[in-house]
Design a protein. Structure first.
Length: 317
């Protein structure tokens, strides 16, 4: 199959590209899985198709204020901004300077120049940046914690939302969770029955409950979430699946890179037996396979660094 849609199909594609089943690929199944994971890790870290930009919201609790940080799902790899809590992003009321400018100076766009208005707005934004600024933060993805360097007692209250601009890893496979869930179609609530929702699950993700595909609205706890739309039926003891993006397995770079990684492992296994004569006069040459794979990996990584990597302004955790 030239267009793999699952991990097993992707694995078979890489092996066929190396010559299987015409020749034996001397790599253990666990080694193959490890190299596929390595390829996915590199793709997530450096290829722009490996992540997606999202706006994650978090409702502040008393526990967040006590510990001075908010949790971040494991799928989040970059955090680029935290939106400020001032009124610059809120609706404008009639006593606001911006409203008065629009009312008195821009009542008719056909006869009034908007240049002075734009200059004034830039000046106001500069003043807001000077006196209010943006929330400072620290993030490391191995901790799954977003530390906000703010005055937690003054700047934010319980129940307010923190809006985070970040990037998350693309999930290739559908993930079936252990355990079951109960669904209340009236309140659009899903409650885990011996099930903890994984850290990779985020709001607005698509999940499959039974045969229905539904969108997550809010994750209230590791065992409870609400949905955007009402499920067809109220049910209990049903399986839940996170709907991944199967098209990832057909990514051109990922296929080439994973194949080279498996080839590298193959050569590394065989080069320990270099020069051994096999029946029929065949001599193993694992060193050549190893060197060819190392060169292919280096070229692919260089291509990624120079062509398809994320912009340098992104802060990696």
């Amino acid at each position: 199959m030239a267009s793999p849609r699952t991990r097993s199909e992707f694995r078979d594609y890489c092996l066929r590209k190396l010559g299987w089943p015409v020749i034996d690929i001397n790599v253990d199944d666990d080694q193959i899985e490890d190299r596929i994971d390595d390829a996915l890790g590199f793709w997530h870290d450096y290829h722009y198709d490996g992540t997606e930009k999202i706006y994650m919201k978090h409702k502040v609790t008393a526990l967040d204020k006590q510990r001075r940080w908010i949790p971040c799902p494991d799928a989040v790899t970059f955090v680029t901004a935290v939106f400020p809590w001032d009124d610059s992003n809120s609706s404008v009321n009639m006593f606001d300077l911006r409203y008065q400018l629009r009312l008195h100076d821009l009542y008719d766009f056909t006869s009034v120049s908007y240049v002075s208005y734009e200059i004034t707005m830039q000046h106001l934004r500069t003043l807001n940046m000077l006196f209010s600024g943006t929330p400072q933060f620290r993030f490391n993805r191995h901790q799954n914690k977003l530390f906000l360097d703010i005055d937690w007692d003054r700047d934010v209250d319980n129940g307010e939302y923190v809006i985070v601009e970040c990037y998350r890893k693309m999930i290739p496979d559908m993930i079936t969770l252990n355990g079951t869930v109960a669904i209340d179609s009236t309140s659009k609530t899903v409650i885990g029955t011996g099930t903890n929702f994984p850290a990779d699950l985020l709001e607005n993700d698509m999940i499959m409950i039974g045969d229905e595909t539904l969108q997550v609205d809010r994750i209230l706890s590791p065992t409870e979430m609400t949905l955007v739309s009402e499920p067809a039926n109220t049910a209990s003891d049903v399986k839940i699946t996170i709907a991944g993006n199967s098209d990832i397995w057909n990514d051109r770079f990922l296929k080439a890179y994973a194949t080279a990684k498996i080839k590298y492992q193959w050569g590394n296994n065989l080069k320990k037996f270099g020069g051994i004569m096999l029946p029929g006069g065949v001599t193993l040459n694992g060193q050549q396979i190893y060197e060819e794979a190392a060169e292919e990996i280096a070229k692919l990584e260089e291509f990624t660094y120079n062509t398809t990597s994320m912009p340098s302004e992104i802060f990696t955790g």
